[in-house]
Design a protein around this ligand. Structure first.
Ligand SMILES: Nc1nc2c(ncn2[C@@H]2O[C@H](COP(=O)(O)OP(=O)(O)OP(=O)(O)O)[C@@H](O)[C@H]2O)c(=O)[nH]1
Ligand SMILES: [Mg+2]
Length: 439
């Protein structure tokens, strides 16, 4: 079975154009000053949620994407052209993570939402910027900054307010077909549903304007061991992560103890993702048109009340309890939305109070130094950028870089860490040799 709801891609932003090192030449001006312009910035790569897409299948087959580089600067202070941005369309509900660090880069829930995932390199400065009182004819120009490159894991999650979970045959697909226009396959054998089905439940009357709707996901049946891949495995369990409220269906006519079934499924959810254990749930006993179900209901209802879960008994065949379930579900959703909105409204105030007015260093400025075979590695966004943009063939450029590294405390920190002449010091992809002449 193949789900096209995951893909791994490599994106590369465009390199910034090099700055120009050009000297003005005019007929009657004996000493032309520098007039080399700046390089253009490289194109960035964005992800954009698009309502017309529903799978990641295209990315499965084409995993590499690259934005164009910026143009070089020219004479007479001409700027290089900016590289074109690259916009990759993905379905709404796509989450993008950095494959190396696992950091979430984008969580695109609404169509039109756009997030940058690889920043284009800055253009290098032309030599026109480097003239000083003592050096009127600098040859130094910066190189363009390399564009960011990343490996990205894309994952498409269904976005549903309500998830139907439970053992195979509990009646999940049947309930979906009764409360929404969806027509999923229904059968008397387990594992009928192989991929999640979605439907929209509407209660009230749109004509009167008192309607309320929510999206329901019918999830394939779960069994013990699902979190480790037993049964249909856990491929679709991640769809449950997005559901704000779970309707936990318990088969009215199964031979097992209903409460044990309920707890077994909850253990699988918790094992898969700890936060799922606390997801609000409504217990739903199904098939109340049958005598076995009716016999089991009083004990289950009592137990649910003791444990603090709302519980409803339904029959999809006679519609008994279905309206009650829909009312309870929409009520809970409305309460949850209100609680979330209130929590959100409180947040910024609390954050201001906690951080106070103190200025903190920009995270870009921070760096770390670690030992590696043959020398040291310095990691830090701004510092790596500074080094990448310095042309190692330019003495002036290297001096400027050195001065900035000294100002940022990096040279001292390297010395404190025990750097010796002849050691390699790596900054991103650039490796420099630590020597008397250089630093
Ligand atoms: N009598 C009766 N039978 C029902 C009711 N709801 C579901 N069923 C039957 O129970 C069986 C399983 O129903 P499904 O809706 O396919 O169950 P499911 O939970 O989606 O099962 P999986 O997709 O395998 O996980 C089918 O034969 C349904 O007709 C009900 O309210 N009353
Ligand atoms: Mg089903």
């Amino acid at each position: 079975m193949q789900f096209y709801d995951r893909a791994k891609i490599i994106v590369r932003a465009g390199r910034g154009g090099n700055g120009s090192s050009h000297m003005r030449r005019e007929k009657y001006v004996p000493f032309g000053g520098p007039d080399g312009g700046d390089g253009g910035r490289g194109g960035s790569v964005y992800l954009e949620a698009d309502s017309g897409m529903n799978t990641l299948v295209d990315y499965h087959y084409n995993p590499r994407y690259k934005a164009t580089s910026g143009g070089s600067g020219g004479r007479q202070e001409m700027h290089g052209a900016a590289g074109d941005d690259l916009i990759l369309k993905v379905p709404a509900g796509t989450v993008a993570r950095d494959a190396e660090t696992g950091e979430t880069l984008a969580d695109l829930t609404e169509p039109g939402q756009r997030v940058m995932v690889a920043r284009g390199g800055r253009g290098g400065l032309g030599n026109v910027h480097f003239a000083t009182a003592t050096n009127q004819a600098p040859r130094e120009a910066q190189l363009g900054e390399p564009g960011e490159e990343r490996e990205i894991e894309l994952e498409l999650k269904l976005i549903a307010d309500v998830g139907l979970v439970g053992y195979p045959n509990a009646g999940k697909s049947t309930l979906l077909s009764v409360i929404t226009a969806a027509r999923p396959k229904i059968a008397e054998y387990p594992f009928t549903t192989l991929t999640p089905n979605l439907g929209v439940a509407i209660i009230g009357d749109p004509a009167r304007g008192d309607d309320y709707s929510f999206v329901v996901a019918d999830i394939p049946g779960l069994i013990e061991g699902a979190a480790e891949g037993v049964g249909l495995g856990y491929e679709f369990l991640r769809h449950v992560e997005r559901c704000r409220l779970l309707l936990h269906l318990i088969d009215g006519i199964s031979e097992k103890d209903p409460w044990e079934e309920f707890e077994a499924i909850n253990r699988e959810l918790e094992e898969y993702d700890h936060s799922l254990a606390g997801r609000p749930q409504i217990i739903v006993l199904t098939k109340m048109d049958l005598a076995e179900a009716r016999d089991r209901w009083p004990a289950l209802k009592r137990r649910a009340e003791e444990e603090g879960y709302p519980a409803v008994a339904i029959s999809a065949a006679t519609n008994e309890g279905v309206q009650e379930l829909l009312n309870l579900t929409s009520q809970r959703l409305i309460e949850m939305r209100r609680d979330e909105a209130e929590a959100l409204a409180r947040q910024p105030m609390a954050a201001v109070a906690a951080t106070g007015p103190t200025l903190r260093p920009q995270p870009e400025d921070t760096y770390t130094i670690e030992r590696m075979p043959g020398g040291f590695r310095v990691r830090g966004k701004r510092i790596e950028r500074l080094v990448a943009m310095t042309n190692p063939a330019s003495v002036e450029g290297m001096e400027r870089m050195e001065a900035q590294l000294r100002k940022l405390g990096v040279l001292q920190a390297l010395e404190d860490a025990g750097v010796q002449p002849g050691d390699t010091v790596a900054f991103g992809k650039v490796e420099l040799l630590w020597g008397e002449e250089m630093f």
